[in-house]
Design a protein around this ligand. Sequence first.
Ligand SMILES: Cc1cc2nc3c(=O)[nH]c(=O)nc-3n(C[C@H](O)[C@H](O)[C@H](O)COP(=O)(O)OP(=O)(O)OC[C@H]3O[C@@H](n4cnc5c(N)ncnc54)[C@H](O)[C@@H]3O)c2cc1C
Length: 388
Amino acid sequence: MYQLNAQDLEIQRRARAFVDELIPHEVEAELNGGALRPEVAAAHLERAIALGLYATNMPSALGGGGYSMLQQVLVQEQVGRATNGLAWVCHTPASWWPAVATPYQVERWLVPTIRGEMHECYAITEELAGSDVDAIVATARRQGDEYVLDGVKWHVTSYNEATYAFFQAKLVGGDHDGEHALFVVDVPSPGVRVVRTPAYSHNIGAHHPIVAFEGVRVPATHLVGTEGGGMSYSHEWFRYERMMVAARCLGAAERLIAEATAFAQERIIQGHPLIEFPSVQTMLADSVTELFAARAPTYEAARGVDEGVDVKLQHAQCSMVKLYASEMAGRVADRAVQIFGGRGYMRENVAERFYRELRVERIWEGTSEIQRVIIADQLSKRGVDKLV
Ligand SMILES: Cc1cc2nc3c(=O)[nH]c(=O)nc-3n(C[C@H](O)[C@H](O)[C@H](O)COP(=O)(O)OP(=O)(O)OC[C@H]3O[C@@H](n4cnc5c(N)ncnc54)[C@H](O)[C@@H]3O)c2cc1C
């Protein structure tokens, strides 16, 4: 199915087998705030690297997987089958960085990241700047050979595991006054502090603290790309992550449907397997139909990226698959909880965990509303025949 070649299928099988090893650790993670014992987590990272499932999006010349976009989607789809972020260990570093990193940045951060020795986090969102990234008030002031960075960033995912942050700010003064720029900030660094670490709906090892950057001085060599280029890297990252969100939602939906179907076949009510009840059949049939309807365009959009279709079309299609797959997975999780009944409300049940965890897929990397704004904009500029 889906015209996957032998190499694609082998990658898919490898990723699936690895995620099957992680799934038995879900309940332990869930009941421990997302954390596994350090030696177990370290073993998972080592294994992901050994299996070639780490940094699949990085060029092979730098030690990455060099996978096609479709192959990356196949891996991330399997990643989505595990709850509690356990399979995030199949990490994909900043996809846009190799093209703009200086030799210093390649050696200092990028290659160690590809090897799994360093970890990044993204400090872009602020209290009053989420959907509208241009509303950020963080600043970067050039002083001699340094920049001075100030700003308070929200939801900085993985800060607790990171060795450096990408910090987005607006330049003050100079030729690019008011434009965006992105900087690498080692963490910890003088002037960087966690304001607080709020609790979120999911229980995963990566936390999302509010982090203050106060008079943080970084050498000019920490500027990523060019002054004024900050937004373009974020847009490229959004495109990439929207595709990967869609992929992970496919995996989550597949797992939920498989588990709910197995339960419905085994559970006997009034002498009949639950799956014989038309209301349950409807929920399962709708779920698997919607999964099929989400998977085909996600693969197609990934193939389009591999074939180098126009970047605006990629932008619209990444939004479409993210929008549809994230909303589809939310519906599937809701139905799965219903099929499991009271068991589906227990944290030890996969449907309960996904029901909470999948909610954020409609929020981060651009909310569903923002995806619709992007799609409608592209529709009006390009016409329906160019988009689908
Ligand atoms: C768990 C989690 C992890 C995250 N990780 C990171 C991270 O690592 N780094 C980072 O920088 N950020 C991160 N984020 C931030 C995330 O990207 C933002 O939360 C998201 O973009 C939405 O922004 P907001 O929360 O400010 O909501 P707002 O922008 O305030 O939106 C509120 C509501 O208004 C709607 N809305 C806003 N604008 C429009 C519009 N033009 N048209 C129609 N409706 C609109 C939205 O859809 C939403 O329903 C994370 C968020 C979460 C929840």
